[in-house]
Write a new protein. Structure first.
Length: 380
């Protein structure tokens, strides 16, 4: 069996297994349910694609399989986008309007029924053998629809993640386990492959350079690999907003405009109280500090504290806390008693919970790496 066929078979069984696994998961979130449906649709697409290719190589024993996988591809982009929205939208709810995203799928099913599925088997087989369907206006139309759907929803998903990463910085001081970096990387990789495959289909529709079977094998093999990676990470990814109750509007906090006017007397007093609290109590050493916890300590609402940080100090909560952690690290570096400790152990003492976050935040704020800074301090 060719390697591509092996990938398709493996992709189908894995998708089907992931669907069952998520479906039977205890305490499923809305995100889990959407992901399970995504795996089911992926399993059907890969199964129909394999049967079509297998049938073609074995005397068309399944003529009904010709083209059956095509419409379902238009469900992949919308389902992935809805899954991403469920992970990134604090107020997400499944709505009837989400069904509108299935309009291209329904339209294509109707179109293919009229133009192909209802044809006699002999006619469909002849069309497939001669690839006469490529001359029909439907082929470039379908190719364009799939390309726009896959690429468009992937780009849309990336924008959702970008906005989400900005919003969670208004509440959390450590976002390594929350920022969906794995999904962002997966989408960026998928975007490159999807754009390449779509380009191949579009070029082929004009110049007839490749066999349709080759294009199918490439596209569905990559889709199988995508499902494998999404399944590996998706099963472990919980929805932030279903795991914990956050009574704080991140959308509103992220959009607070910077105010140029001078601080009012009560705001000035609060800023002084805040900075004194940071210096004396060092709440940033707590790796799990959130804006809700800090506002509790200060006796104000999270919304008020967020307004001061974002509107008056021009910093989100994430940057504010990590700024103080960096300043604490600098002080520890200057102490000769700490010369024998590793940099990461000092960073952990300052409240950082990840080496990657520490290095990234430090370089962004100070302009040099922690080791370069430490060497400079040691020499002086």
């Amino acid at each position: 069996m060719p390697i591509t066929s092996i990938i398709l078979v493996f992709g189908f069984f894995l998708s089907f297994f992931l669907w069952i696994l998520v479906l039977t998961k205890r305490g499923k979130s809305v995100s889990d349910k959407i992901l399970s449906f995504y795996f089911l649709v992926s399993a059907l697409i890969i199964l129909f694609a394999f049967l079509e290719i297998y049938s073609r190589k074995n005397g068309y024993i399944f003529p009904w399989a010709i083209g059956t996988s095509t419409p379902f591809i238009l469900l992949v982009g919308p389902l992935l986008w809805i899954y991403i929205e469920s992970l990134t939208n604090q107020k997400f709810r499944l709505k009837g309007t989400h069904l509108l995203h299935a309009t291209p799928f329904v339209s294509l099913v109707i179109l293919l029924f009229v133009r192909m599925f209802l044809l006699p088997d002999s006619v469909k087989i002849e069309m497939d053998q001669s690839e006469a369907f490529k001359k029909d206006f439907i082929f470039p139309l379908v190719v364009t629809m799939i390309a726009l759907s896959n690429v468009g929803y992937t780009v849309w998903g990336l924008f959702l993640i970008k906005s989400y990463r900005k919003r969670i910085k208004t509440y959390f001081s450590d976002i390594d386990e929350l920022d969906l970096s794995w999904l962002r990387f997966l989408l960026l990789s998928a975007l490159i492959f999807l754009a390449s495959i779509s380009l191949l289909y579009i070029v082929d529709s004009m110049l007839k350079l490749f066999t349709y079977e080759l294009l199918q094998l490439i596209g569905f093999s990559i889709a199988s690999i995508f499902v494998m990676v999404l399944g590996f990470f998706g099963l472990r990814q919980g929805s932030l907003f279903s795991v914990q109750t956050i009574r704080f509007d991140m959308d509103k906090a992220a959009s607070i405009p910077i105010q140029d006017a001078n601080l009012k007397k009560d705001e000035e007093d609060f800023v002084h109280k805040l900075l004194s609290h940071m210096k004396e109590q060092k709440p940033y050493i707590n790796t799990d500090i959130t804006i809700a916890k800090l506002s509790d300590e200060l006796g104000v609402t999270p919304e008020y504290l967020s307004g001061i940080l974002n509107g008056r100090l021009s910093m989100n909560f994430f940057d504010f806390i990590n700024h103080h952690r960096i300043e604490e690290f600098k002080e520890l570096c200057k102490n000769p008693k700490n010369q024998n400790f590793t940099l990461i152990s000092l960073a952990y003492d300052c409240g950082f919970n990840s080496k990657a976050t520490f290095n990234r935040v430090f370089k962004k704020n100070v302009g040099v790496t922690p080791s370069e800074y430490f060497q400079g301090v040691s020499k002086s």
